[in-house]
Design a protein around this ligand. Structure first.
Ligand code: C5P
Length: 216
């Protein structure tokens, strides 16, 4: 039996991309598959946690025992996460939230002749930043960062700015890491420690990440 080191804890995990509609047929999104977040949800449940998974659109099935709440847009993810954040002991934000959304959404499909070559975009709320502001005593907040260069510097900046306990930096320019991949190689940064995880499967990566979180 897996060690039940998360028994009695509520873990809130976010996963996948968000979709930001342009019209009823089109949206802006990104390459996130949701695999890392789903692996974390699965691993946390196995270790005894009550797991709430707030997921953007993915092709993945919900891991057994996990309560999944499905959302589409960053705004919906923001609302759903904030509704459940109070009860969470540990929040792991592995979703790739779209930073921007189209300024307005057309009610009807925009015709080819009418499509404006310039989309006007507005900024989405930063969910993690807001969670960092509201963080309760004893609550652990873990962020992800998808970076293609200066991994440690970028990670340290976000750790501080978003008031996180730990950040997992993904190298998205690696061949076997990050978006869509089955494996990952995370750089973990906390205030006091830097740890390079090995290149390994996402479920094993999830367990190594949870090991670190349990030791915080
Ligand atoms: O600043 P950056 O977007 O790189 O930070 C990534 C982290 O912030 C991830 O954990 C992601 O889930 C979270 N995030 C968020 N809301 C946003 C953008 C990012 O929660 N609008």
């Amino acid at each position: 039996l897996t060690q039940q080191d998360l028994a009695g804890k509520t873990v809130l995990v976010t996963a996948g991309p968000t979709r930001e509609p342009i019209d009823p047929a089109r949206f802006l999104s990104n390459r996130s598959s949701g695999k890392m977040g789903y692996a974390i949800a699965r691993a946390a449940f196995r270790r005894g946690a009550k797991v709430i998974l707030v997921s953007g659109p993915t092709a993945l099935t919900c891991p057994a025992g996990v309560k999944r709440l499905e959302v589409q847009t960053a705004q919906e993810m923001y609302e759903t996460v904030l509704q459940h954040s109070e009860q969470a002991d540990i929040i792991i934000k592995s979703a790739a939230v779209a930073d921007y959304r189209p300024g307005e959404q057309a009610v009807h499909k925009v015709k080819k002749e009418e499509i404006s070559p310039a989309l006007s975009l507005v900024q989405n709320p930063d969910i993690l930043l807001e969670l960092g502001r509201r963080k309760k005593k004893g609550q652990l907040l873990i962020g992800f960062a998808a970076e293609s260069r200066r991994l440690r510097e970028e990670g340290e900046k976000k750790l501080k700015r978003k008031n996180l306990d730990l950040i997992a930096v993904n190298n998205i320019s690696g061949e076997n890491t990050g978006f869509e991949s089955e494996s990952n190689q995370l750089l973990l940064l906390s205030k006091s420690r830097v740890e390079q995880l090995p290149l390994t499967g996402k479920l094993h990566t999830a367990d190594l990440l949870l090991d670190r979180i349990c030791s915080l």
